[in-house]
Design a protein around this ligand. Sequence first.
Ligand code: PLP
Length: 406
Amino acid sequence: MTQEKSGLPEGLHPETYAVRQASARSSYGEHSEALYLTSSFVQHDCETAASHFAHPHEGYTYTRTGNPTVASFEQRLARMEGTQCAAATSTGMAAILLVALTTLKAGDHVVASQSMFGSTMKLLGTEMARFGVETSFVSQTDVAAWQAAVKPSTRLLFAETPTNPLTDLCDIHALADVAHNAGALLAVDNSFASPILQRPVEFGADLIVHSGTKLIDGQGRVMAGAVCGSETLVGGVMSTFLRSGGLSLSPFNAWVVLKGLETLALRVKAESAAALELAGWLEQHPKVTCVHYPGLASHPQHALAMRQQSGMGGTVLAFDVAGSTPEQLRANAFHVIDSTRVCSVTANLGDVKTTITHPASTSHGRLSEEQRQAAGVKQGLIRISVGLEHLDDLKADLLRGLDALA
Ligand SMILES: *Cc1c(COP(=O)(O)O)cnc(C)c1O
């Protein structure tokens, strides 16, 4: 929310901003960005204090309302997303809550994908309903269904692309047209692609939401979130609400994700290349019936993915193991997952350590079997978030279980 001149020239490439954009150095001239681990800031005198409290952009007073380390993260992420501003939040869900509470009021309507992150569905579908906001959930991939769900009271379209775990895409450009023709805003959750693969603002999105907990940290250490967008929306109404609402990111976590942004491009490109090779290799295995990965030509939206995601498929893939009954599919998937000795069985993703999960019994465990079938999440489905281990070791890790399947 606090925008300072960093002294960098305009028009540099995102790679350069990823390691250079930050708040000004302190008088000590530290090379790595300072971590300002302080809850308040000492004022020179009463006149200065009065002026800083009246104009938060002019000086720091209290970390909930602004902190130089947090500002460094915000400026750097905004540069990478190509937006005027970013507002950092304590978690990804706090970022989505911030969007909901500042763009919607009682009587408003939202159109959102039915395949989004579970907590996002709950927040928009259940929690916001208590405040008089109604949300229609529609097909991730069918633009006509989004259009058909729009009402005069629609103020927000909320998309997440690609989805977890099946990697279905939203066509951001098409949804931006639907939103803008209806006088609504389009928000895109970009946690799975990151600005390295996908800059939604270039396709017309108004707001970009991040869980910094995932790829941006990239090493599974802290929780963080952000909303990116215009000076008016994000620099204005959202930053003001964030300060009063206390959704602020801690300086320590901001420093960790700030350093995460420096290696984001290297990690995402390497993990994405590894995911592509692993996906192609899995497609050849006789015990694998289907691989879901946008980088593969077999993905139904491969062409859109290449257009929208800088020619890359991303770091997450999913595949179905063979089996006839739901019980057998589940047993086979459990066997493959439990046979791994390198991959971590944990729900986090976007980490340099490869993670492997069984969506039907974890992220999608609370759905009925019917709802799961509708979502395409079968009992034999396994999700992998590919990290930086040697590919041969990952393949051997998966073969341990796959080769033993009857
Ligand atoms: C994890 C995640 C979130 C929520 O982020 P938190 O940092 O856990 O609050 C939102 N959207 C997507 C796509 C996620 O993967």
